[in-house]
Design a protein around this ligand. Structure first.
Ligand SMILES: C[S@@+](CC[C@H](N)C(=O)[O-])C[C@H]1O[C@@H](n2cnc3c(N)ncnc32)[C@H](O)[C@@H]1O
Ligand SMILES: [Zn+2]
Length: 203
């Protein structure tokens, strides 16, 4: 079996990407080996669908390769780690989700640039937290399970969150009154107030 075939046994990784050493980020990462256009497919992850109890039974190292795909469902690829599993987190990412298991370029990526997504686009479980060493000026310092709740990230990554998180975000947004509803309610209230003032008999 060729190396290329081995590295694509469970996952798809674009042939424009290669693995490189990133000791500060746990060992390895993925970098562009050729120019990549915005929207290009970078990676499709595969594996077994597992629940939280099965994730808890994994070792800490195995757990770091788990991808959350639904509220209580995760994707885990047993066996040797493949190159596609080495995509690191960045607080200033150049990749995002298209569906639950595919990664696409958010912008054009130059050869030599590390390909990273924001783990807040897909992860919401406590075990996925760690101190970030992405080096971006906007680095949050720590990757947390509730990063997806941040309004700045919800705005920046709209359309590139894993669908289960986008559904949660849209659900949260629906449970809050929209700005236009708040405005029209307050203008109705002020109209009512002025009507009462005008109609009140002078004493
Ligand atoms: C899916 S693995 C990514 C590949 C990992 N670098 C490796 O060589 O095994 C996810 C783990 O990598 C590490 N990692 C990823 N991005 C990082 C970052 N920006 N800063 C520090 N560690 C990072 C964390 O330990 C995280 O749990
Ligand atoms: Zn960071």
């Amino acid at each position: 079996m060729s190396e290329d075939t081995i590295h694509r046994a469970t996952h798809f990784l674009s042939l424009k990407l290669r693995r490189e050493g990133f000791p500060d980020k746990g060992g390895h990462g993925i970098v562009a080996a050729a120019p990549i256009r915005r929207g290009e497919l970078l990676c499709v992850w595969g594996g077994r669908i597992v629940n939280r109890a099965e994730v808890d039974a994994l070792s800490e190292v195995e757990r770091s390769y788990v991808l959350q795909i639904e509220d209580q469902l995760y994707l885990f690829a047993p066996g040797p780690v493949e190159h596609a599993e080495y995509v690191n987190h960045s607080c200033a990412p150049n990749a995002g989700f298209s569906g639950q298991i595919s990664l696409v370029a958010l912008r054009s990526i130059r050869p030599g640039e590390e390909v990273c997504f924001d783990y807040g686009m897909s992860e919401s479980s406590d075990f996925a937290e760690f101190d970030c060493r992405c080096g971006a000026p906007s680095c949050r310092g720590r990757v947390r399970s509730d990063d997806w709740m941040r309004p700045d990230l919800q705005h920046r990554y709209r359309g590139f969150f894993s669908p289960y998180l986008q559904r949660r975000i849209d659900g949260l947004a629906e449970s809050l009154p929209s700005v236009s509803r708040v405005r029209s309610a307050s203008s109705r209230a002020s109209r009512r107030r002025s009507t009462v003032l005008v109609a009140a008999p002078a004493t």
